[in-house]
Design a protein around this ligand. Structure first.
Ligand code: ZN
Length: 327
């Protein structure tokens, strides 16, 4: 299960960084796994689809869990019903803090497309189904559990560990991370930040590799509009505005710009062969990616893509619905 994998990786990383993992009793992982699943499902059952977001309920839940274990929390709100939560475990101050960041809102959802209700957090086999299960309540849960375990196990830290549960990541950052960075930087100022991104790939139910993401693409929205002659639809009009707009949408979708590799993506494309598995990740293929080549596969952010989408409510500008109709 992805959240479990993440919490294990995160905890091991923190413990090793501290250099004293062996002197501490081993965590009871089956018990922790059950607790992780409980929090994960509880978080998924809050409908925080953005907009309107409704992150208040999640923050109240996290506050109750954290304060019950003696971890203080602070709230920072640009809009009262969309708070951000910050919790901090104090370290010795020998190093600058580590920030664990995860967002509590989700994109919108069309329940008709779902086998299980999107806010049911249904456990079916080894999988939990729900809106936000991989974006980003898994990271909220992993960060929460990291905080709880570090506190419970009384792990001595050489740096503060900060947990930011941010609101509004899905297109409303004025209430979330932008607000925190602009107005409350001191609360989240850190040397490193672990946030969403990367992935654990599986084949036949087994994890084959875990990737680390270092950057996000930046959204650059363009509104397409067309004009043409108005007239009765019984008479075909040259330069019909609807037809012209449809052609423009098709052109955006077919656009295949050149791949541009940054420092991370070129190192990954080049160096995976020397990794232990030596197996090409499924989204990279057998050969290194050539800068300037073209592809429609969104290879870990190396390719810019045109992505037509719908702005009609309830879907936000960052979401492409499954059905669209032009009447
Ligand atoms: Zn996300």
């Amino acid at each position: 299960m992805a959240p479990m994998l993440r919490i294990v990786c995160l905890f091991v990383l923190l413990a090793i960084a501290n250099g004293s993992a062996q002197s501490r009793p081993a965590p009871d992982w089956p018990v922790i796994e059950a607790e992780t699943l409980k929090h994960f499902q509880a978080l998924l059952r809050f409908d925080t689809s953005d907009s309107p977001g409704r992150e208040r309920e999640v923050v109240d839940y996290l506050t109750q869990v954290l304060t019950a274990e003696g971890i203080e929390v602070q709230e920072y709100s640009n809009e009262a019903h969309r708070p951000n939560l910050v919790a901090r475990l104090k370290g010795s101050g020998a190093r600058r803090p580590l920030l664990l960041m995860a967002h509590t809102d989700t994109v919108n959802v069309d329940p008709k497309k779902w086998t299980f209700p999107p806010f049911s957090a249904t456990l079916d086999g080894d999988y939990v189904y729900g809106r936000g299960a991989v974006d980003d309540e898994d990271n909220v849960t992993a960060s929460l559990m990291a905080m709880l375990l570090l506190k419970r196990l009384n792990v001595p830290l050489d740096r503060d560990v900060i947990f930011l549960a941010e609101s509004g990541e899905e297109g409303s950052t004025h209430v979330g991370v932008k607000f925190m960075a602009d107005e409350h930087w001191d609360a989240i100022n850190a040397e490193y930040c672990f946030a969403e991104g990367g992935n654990v790939m599986r084949e036949g139910g087994r994890a084959t590799y875990a990737s680390v993401q270092t950057l996000e693409k930046i959204l650059f929205g363009i509104e397409l509009a067309a004009t043409g002659p108005a007239g009765h639809s019984s008479i075909p009009l040259e330069n019909n505005a609807v037809a012209r707009l449809a052609k423009a949408v098709a052109a955006v979708s077919a656009w295949q710009p050149e791949i541009r590799l940054n420092e991370t993506t070129s190192a990954f494309s080049r160096d995976w062969r020397t990794s232990r598995s030596r197996r090409p990740p499924p989204d990279i293929g057998p050969s290194p990616i050539q800068p300037g080549s073209r592809t429609q596969t969104p290879i870990f952010g190396a390719s810019n893509l045109g992505s037509p989408r719908c702005c009609a409510p309830p879907f936000r500008r960052i979401w492409c619905p499954a059905d669209i109709a032009l009447t």
